[in-house]
Ligand binder design. Structure first.
Ligand SMILES: [Zn+2]
Length: 272
């Protein structure tokens, strides 16, 4: 315990907050960066660091998609004082990092207590019981509650809970994407549903601003059997993929989204 939570000098739960970074703990900023809650100067400083730091790049990878869950966690009553949350997340990036993130998010959102029950329940179920337990939170809205024990990922739950959606299909690649967005104090929380994509490939979900800037919301791999393939041989292959992400852009600063392969091919473009 003590070696996990102590011993890193200035890295207490206050280190990321507000003011200028100490030199020693810029690695700690990765969580706040992933959540898009840094101010411009902080984000720029961190990006400069990120370019040279494999550890932070790895953390950022691991954190991709956790934003809605962390946000929900931070709003759970009593989350601050519940050691079980930090412990049960230990398989994720690192208990210490997650604890700090939860603190960070709950502080930044202390005034906003109306998080949907849906997300909170999905997050709690993910942490406590893994995907299978999540079934219970899906109030029978649009998921068939038949014999299949359908795992509802946090990304899918986030996607379903957001009402602002845009979508497009690329006639050449056959890839289609629907993107759900929600404005946040810190930017945009989003989730993407991808269909008709076969791998193996790696791709990134990028928001392109009206100012031309590009922000990656998430990256992932597509296995050879793909996602959202109507005549797929397995359920995995038939089901769409859901991934959540976050951007510092506000929704109205985004011109469009691109789904790009790592080697630069555009799979689909979606007007925001
Ligand atoms: Zn670093």
């Amino acid at each position: 315990m003590s070696n996990l939570y102590g011993g890193f000098g200035t890295g207490g739960p206050g280190a990321v907050r507000g003011g200028p970074q100490g030199q020693g703990d810029i690695h700690e900023t990765v969580g706040a960066y992933a959540l898009g809650i840094l101010d411009d100067a902080e984000a720029t400083a961190f990006e400069a660091h990120l370019a040279t730091c494999d550890w932070c790049a790895q953390q950022l990878d691991d954190l991709a998609g956790m934003e809605p869950m962390l946000a929900a966690l931070a709003d759970m009553p009593g989350s601050q004082g519940t050691p079980a949350i930090g412990e049960s997340l230990s398989a994720k990036p690192s208990p210490r990092l997650v604890e700090r993130l939860v603190d960070e998010v709950s502080e930044r959102r202390a005034q906003k207590r109306r998080r949907s029950f849906y997300l909170v329940a999905a997050a709690a179920a993910l942490i406590i019981g893994g995907p299978v337990a999540v079934m219970a939170v899906n109030g029978g809205d649009d998921t068939d509650t038949g014999h299949t024990v359908a795992a509802v990922s946090p990304a899918k739950a986030a996607f379903q809970s957001m009402t602002d959606k845009v979508s497009a299909t690329d006639p050449t690649t056959g890839v289609s994407a629907t993107i759900a967005m929600q404005a946040k104090d810190w930017g945009t929380s989003g989730a993407i549903e991808v269909k008709g994509v076969k791998g193996p490939l790696k791709c990134s979900w990028v928001a392109v601003g009206k100012n031309g800037e590009r922000e990656t919301l998430a990256s992932w791999s597509v296995p050879k059997w793909g996602y959202g393939i109507p005549d797929g041989k397995t359920e995995e292959s038939k089901n769409p993929l859901y991934v959540s992400g976050a951007a510092a852009f506000t929704p109205n600063q985004i011109d469009h989204f691109e789904l790009m392969t790592f080697d630069g091919k555009k799979l689909v473009e979606v007007k925001a």
